[in-house]
Design a protein around this ligand. Structure first.
Ligand SMILES: Nc1ncnc2c1ncn2[C@@H]1O[C@H](COP(=O)(O)OP(=O)(O)O)[C@@H](O)[C@H]1O
Ligand SMILES: [Mg+2]
Length: 287
């Protein structure tokens, strides 16, 4: 079975999608891992970053996105086909990376969210609404070493589908006060869900992202976070810190072919950081 990790924070703009995409790239290319990225966010940022908007639209129209999966759950239909929905060899690095696959999201998921919530048993999940994703991935999951789930900044029923199949979660944070305030909330909600769904999930770590070394606030906040870690309660703060760099933001462009990861993620600094992040991630999930 693969290692399944949800990348989550209830705050937007903290680097969840960027981190998911980068980690997936480095695991696949530098470690030869077979990786599936599941994009649960209706903003479809991870999807667009891996296959571009045109390809996503075609697939979404054909029912090859998560929209169809959750629509089936609501309607009792069975249109969604997992093998057709998964896109293989995604990314603009080296003409597509073998072992970097994507299960695309859809902006139309927005529309479904409320309807699914109304139709679900949110107390104990006896109707299986949180296991829709896990069930459909069942036949193919064994083909992967890692599944990385990019979550939207909420804990609605669609996000819970990701959490319910994850062994781990990873919390990206920007080290300022407002962003770090959200961490205890995520931990609390994870613990609550674990209890209700009787599902064990572990906080693998907090990853500092968009770090600005010249900011005193950022420096101080990282120090505070490392100091406040309570073993067994707080997940550790990863050693690796991802700095704010304009090249990282540009790495989301999937339309221009690039030769390697260094070129994609923008020069020496970001490349070194993401490479270190993947090593640290592997070390954490193996230990
Ligand atoms: N390390 C970074 N350096 C510069 N910009 C970044 C970095 N990480 C993310 N960004 C940019 O910040 C914005 C939010 O990042 P994103 O990964 O989409 O966050 P989230 O998924 O948490 O909403 C995006 O425009 C992204 O390109
Ligand atoms: Mg995102």
């Amino acid at each position: 079975m693969p290692v399944i990790t949800s990348v989550i924070n209830l705050k937007g703009g903290v680097g969840k999608t960027t981190l998911t995409i980068a980690l997936a790239h480095y695991l696949a290319v530098e470690h030869g891992q077979r990786v599936l990225v599941v994009d649960l966010d209706p903003q479809t940022n991870a999807t667009i970053a891996l296959i571009n908007e045109r390809r996503w639209r075609e697939r979404d129209q054909r029912g090859q996105s998560l929209y169809q999966l959750f629509k089936d759950w609501l309607d009792g239909s069975r249109e969604f086909e997992i093998n057709q929905a998964i896109v293989q060899r995604t990314s603009n690095v080296m003409g597509g990376i073998p072992g970097l696959d994507l299960l695309p999201s859809s902006i139309r998921l927005h529309k479904l969210q409320d309807k699914i919530t109304k139709a679900s048993d949110l107390d104990e999940f006896r109707d299986g609404s949180v296991y829709t994703l896990r069930n459909v991935l069942g036949p193919v999951i064994g083909q992967y070493d890692h599944v990385l789930i990019d979550c939207p900044p909420n804990l609605g029923i669609i996000t819970l589908n990701g959490i319910a199949m994850s062994r781990y979660f990873l919390i990206p944070v920007v080290p300022d006060i407002l962003s770090t305030l959200g961490v205890p909330l995520v931990l609390d909600r994870m613990a609550d869900f674990a209890l209700r769904a009787r599902h064990e999930i572990y906080g693998l770590g907090i990853v500092v992202s968009r770090y600005r070394p010249q900011s005193r606030l950022h420096k101080q906040t990282v120090m505070d976070m490392r100091r406040d870690v309570i073993p067994g309660i707080h997940p550790p703060v990863f050693e690796t810190i991802i700095h704010e760099a304009s090249e990282v933001a540009e790495a989301a462009d999937v339309d221009v072919e690039v030769a390697n990861l260094r070129q994609k993620f923008g020069g020496a600094g970001p490349h070194r950081q993401f490479s270190a992040l993947a090593r640290e991630y592997l070390h954490q999930v193996m230990s």
